[in-house]
Design a protein around this ligand. Sequence first.
Ligand SMILES: Nc1nc2c(ncn2[C@@H]2O[C@H](COP(=O)(O)OP(=O)(O)OP(=O)(O)O)[C@@H](O)[C@H]2O)c(=O)[nH]1
Ligand SMILES: [Mg+2]
Length: 440
Amino acid sequence: MFETLTDRLNKVFTNLRRHGKLSPADVDAAMRDVRLALLEADVHYGVVKTFVEKVKERSVGTEVSRALNPAQQVIKIVNEELVQTLGEPEPLKLTGPKPRMIMLVGLQGAGKTTTAGKLAKKLRAQGERVLLVAADPYRPAAVQQLQTLGKALNVEVFTQENTAPPDLAGNAFIKAQQGGYTVFILDTAGRSQLDDGMMEELKGITNKVTPNEVLLVVDSMIGQEAVNIAQGFRDAVPLTGLILTKIDGDARGGAAISIREVTGLPIKYLGVSEDMDGLEIFDPARLANRILGMGDMIGLIEKAESTLDADKAAESAEKMLSGDFTLEDFADQLKQVRQMGPIGQLMGMMPGNMTGGMANVDSNEAEKSLKRIEAIINSMTPQERQKPRVLDASRKRRIARGSGTEVVDVNRLLKQHKDMQRMMKRLKKSGMRGMPRMFG
Ligand SMILES: Nc1nc2c(ncn2[C@@H]2O[C@H](COP(=O)(O)OP(=O)(O)OP(=O)(O)O)[C@@H](O)[C@H]2O)c(=O)[nH]1
Ligand SMILES: [Mg+2]
């Protein structure tokens, strides 16, 4: 699927220059394919429309980066917007007095009961005392299913025959409170269709007890219907989040983006297997990849971009070597380094053979010393920066005062610079072919 989208986009862009800005016409052409890809992933058409508008707005006039071709550039924007639309994962909000309540709602077969078991297992591993509640007294088989899960997990299951679910929920609360449980999970009844009776029942429960979380469990195969379902449930109960199940199946997960866009609710977990361990914290980047069916495309794009950074580094290395590497150059280099982000992050980006000795560097200290060096160089006159030889004791004292440092700091910097200069000279002599590799 990714191949089709990329291939399509590549065709659209064959006539576009590799460098330059994306024009409205280019983008329009590309958006037809983006729209198709999203519809094929079962994203709701209304949601696709808004989404494509957003991507279009961002794409027109975008500079095509040196590292990417236009098709990749558009895919990158689509992916970024998708990740943003999918939103950050949010942990369960289990705060306030105990016992806390998690209520699972959703259509029949969505995976509520299975998810209740998975959640119970997860929460117990986090040290919670969990009670499972079968709030589906009409179907003995449903109660039995939860009881079987409870037995396997060694988690107690509460249920009451011939009790209306709101009352049952109230009684479950009392049971949890008296039993010293910290959390109880209410597994409610599903219906094959959204019907008023079902919604009234859910409303009745939330009128009786106040859940900390009301999670809508959705089968990721649901496709276009996702929007109606989410709206139906949202109108009845105060939903707090989403769980998307059966993401391990064939579905591309387009439902996720539809529901998320329509409800604005955070996606909390993904169901990834029938197994009780098959509940994962939602990862927007991974799901975006899946929805677009792009496999490792994004990884490739990121790699291409980091290669571009290596190009830039090589360029500035060349520049550095072409001159005398004055203190001015030194300051420039430092500024560039600092602009690239905290030095700690930068070290993480260094190739393996360079990180060995650096892994233990305290990035705060390194950051501070960079700032100090910058301040010292800034306190020098242009002439001093060009010819550090002129720096006598009184000038050094002045510079130290001006930069809030000591004369020893100034001396240390001058020595570092001299060492650097010497290294540059040596590099220049040996030819700088090895240089780009050192940076990339
Ligand atoms: N592969 C896979 N199967 C799942 C997942 N979640 C649930 N299932 C399966 O989906 C089917 C229905 O799951 P249930 O948990 O019984 O669904 P439910 O929402 O409780 O259904 P009702 O109680 O009838 O409304 C079962 O066969 C589960 O094993 C998942 O994440 N992956
Ligand atoms: Mg069930």
